[in-house]
Design a protein around this ligand. Structure first.
Ligand code: CA
Length: 228
C-alpha cells in the first residue's frame, strides 16, 4: 500500500513515514502544497492508495489541493489533518472532498486504522449531478448552475444546497440541516440556517425570478423538484 504524505512539519512527516513503514505502508513525503498537488495529480492514478494531507501548507493549502483533485476527477482517498485552532474545521474538510480527517495531535494507532479503512473502502464513485428542473449541482466539479448560467456559491452554501437537493421534493428540518451541513455538535444559533437560505435564494432564485427553495411552515425547507 503506497501512501502520499503532504505535511510541512518535517518532524511530524518523518514520524508518520517511520511509523507507517512497519505497518506495511510505503510512504512518499512532500513538504509543501505545490509539490503535494503535483505528486497527487501527476503520479499515475491508482499509484497511491491514499493521501494524508495537512491543511495549512506553504504554496497551496490542503483545502485547495483536495478541491482541485476532485475537480479533475482524481478520487484517491484523502485523510485530512486539521488543527483544532485552524482556519478550517472538520466539517469543511469533508465539504471539500476529503474522505476522513484527524485532528492534531492524533494517535498513531488511530492514523493506521483510519488509513487501512480508507484503503479498504477504495476511491469513491464519482457522484452524479443532482438536478431540480433547470437547477443543477455537480458534486464532482463543485459547480451550480441554472440552465447554462453558472452560479458562484461558497463551500457552505454548496453543502446546504447539495443536502437539500439530495432530498429534492421533501422538506428537510433546520435540525437536519444543521447536523448535516454544519456539524452534529454545532452549538451555535440554528437560525444560521435561515441566513444561509437567504444567501442561496439571492443566488439561485431571485436573479432568475424563480422560487426553488420553499419554506414549509413548521417543517423546514424544501427544494421544489421542478426547480421553482
Ligand atoms: Ca501545516
Amino acid at each position: 500500500m503506497r501512501i502520499l504524505v503532504v505535511e510541512d512539519e518535517v518532524g511530524l512527516a518523518d514520524t508518520i513515514r517511520d511509523g507507517l513503514g512497519p505497518a506495511g505502508f510505503t510512504v512518499d513525503v512532500v513538504h509543501d502544497g505545490v509539490n503535494g498537488y503535483w505528486a497527487a495529480t501527476e503520479t499515475p492514478y491508482g499509484a497511491y492508495d491514499a493521501i494524508v494531507l495537512d491543511i495549512m501548507l506553504p504554496g497551496l493549502s490542503g483545502y485547495e489541493i483536495c478541491r482541485r483533485m476532485r475537480a479533475r476527477e482524481i478520487w484517491t482517498p484523502v485523510l485530512m489533518l486539521t488543527a483544532k485552532d485552524g482556519e478550517y474545521d472538520q466539517a469543511d474538510a469533508l465539504d471539500l472532498g476529503a474522505d476522513d480527517y484527524l485532528i492534531k495531535p492524533f494517535s498513531f494507532v488511530v492514523l493506521v486504522a483510519r488509513l487501512r479503512a480508507l484503503v479498504r473502502r477504495g476511491a469513491p464513485q464519482r457522484p452524479s449531478v443532482l438536478t431540480a428542473g433547470d437547477l443543477s449541482l455537480d458534486p464532482a466539479q463543485r459547480r451550480v448552475s441554472r440552465g447554462t448560467t453558472p452560479i458562484a456559491v461558497t463551500p457552505r452554501e454548496f453543502a446546504l444546497l447539495e443536502f437539500m437537493m439530495r432530498h429534492s421534493g421533501h422538506p428537510v428540518t433546520k435540525t437536519a440541516i444543521v447536523e448535516n451541513v454544519w456539524d452534529a455538535h454545532f452549538t451555535g444559533d440554528p437560525n444560521i440556517v435561515e441566513v444561509y437560505i437567504g444567501y442561496l435564494r439571492k443566488k439561485i432564485d431571485h436573479p432568475f425570478g424563480r422560487a426553488a427553495i420553499e419554506t414549509v411552515r413548521g417543517a423546514g425547507y424544501r427544494i421544489n423538484a421542478d426547480g421553482g
